[in-house]
Design a protein around this ligand. Sequence first.
Ligand code: N01
Length: 490
Amino acid sequence: MPEKQPRIIVLGAGMAGILAGIRLQHMDYRDVTLYEKADRVGGTWRENTYPGLTCDVPSHFYTYSFERNPDWTRHLPPGPEIQAYFERTAQKYGINALTRFGEECTEAAYRDGRWHLQFASGHRDSADILIAATGVLHHPKYPDIPGAGTFQGALFHSARWDHSVPLEGRRIGIIGNGSTGVQIVSALAGKAALLEHYQRTPQWIMPVENGHFTEAERAAFHDPAVLAQAMNVEEYMASVEAYTQSITDIDSEASQAMAQACRDNLEHSVVDPVLREQLRPDHLPLCKRLVFSPDYYQAIQHPQSRLVSTGIQQIEAAGIRTVDGELHELDVIVFATGFHADAFMRPMAITGRDGVSLADFWHDRPKAYLAVTMPGFPNLFMLNGPNGPVGNFSLIDIAEHQWAYIERLMARLDAGDCTEVEPSLAAMEAFEAERVEAAKRTVWYRGGCVSWYLDAEGIPSSWPWNFQRFVDSMAEPDWAAFGLSPPRAM
Ligand code: N01
């Protein structure tokens, strides 16, 4: 650590921002501030509160590696328990004290070797190092369905759940069947008088167990050795590797096995052959982000549930009219229609060196060298930025690998080896060209579907290689890409 402490600002106090705050304190950086637009930590888990909210990563892996949670009640962590975990962890590591809540950053500009920040409140600040931990899926996407404003009942997006609206015994329409819509339908089946699930494109559903841990098990997990044995990290990491192989090589055994599990689930779980065919996708499993569910097929076969696969024409005062002319009378409509997955730090206006705007740099698509840094934006580091791995595995683990990489970059600043860390344009362009080529070989591109993984030009935006390549890339920076020679051995 140099004598003069660098000023470090972290934007966002969700999972990644809390991680940054914890690690920066651990590294003895003492001039650190987190800015958070909301009034408490938690990010996506604070904003999403819909019924059935669950993470599809096995509970014990959905934590920071240094702060395991023996108290999860279920095999898959319920949303409220995840939010409580982040609040507890933030409290334990002093993150709340470092954070200015209710401050939304609107502009960040790099001038004279520093980042200058402007906030919606009028507040200003500046920093030597800027960490963007602003999340991936946080700007709700509203569907372009005519008449939404005319509906007389309650209508809201899944990420803006209105808990004042009663659900028991009501007629509810859920639009969208991604992970969110599937979880909501599973939670509300049998509770609503009528539950209509509007499906535009069928989804493959991967079966998964989601039992409760017994009290005895939870007590035993307080012994780290018992927890470690129960977690079986090797087996889990092998499943993550198999998952990423399935994405990147659709002919692989792993891919065939996952696809077959989805097909078997449909064949064996849905009794009515007409409903089964309505639910059968015409794209390859894994083309869209795979939906894991222990009970969706049961939920949609409940006597009070109904799958609506006829297209939506418009929303009217009394409900939804489908293109066949039928009016579906409803009390509540939920848009489970996803997020603007390409927003990242936007709508914040970010300006790098020489006035280059992020909007210009991302004019074709969001991109970053190894998902963490960008040429022309010195000393700006992203957690869960564009082109990083996103899938059916823990984003916390991804952020930890990225953080380890950022620590190595920051160490060069501390050592005085440079005053600015940024990749060269050549390194960025070479990485991007290779990434786009690899993306075209993935199931996201070749699987015959459209999904939020695709950018405006139809190119998958997520990490297109296997997990091990990501781990290796984060283990040690390619210093030449940053115009630096390898650090001297300590
Ligand atoms: O959103 P989505 P999501 N008319 O974009 C449909 C994470 N997540 O909120 O497929 C009718 O996947 C759209 O239809 P189509 C996870 O990464 C994680 O469900 O485009 N329908 C689709 O069915 C996930 O992938 C967990 O034809 C319209 C749906 O809306 C990501 O969040 C839990 C429409 C949008 O699906 C997003 O999931 C929940 C229209 N005009 C979410 N417009 C975990 O368990 C859109 N749709 C970790």
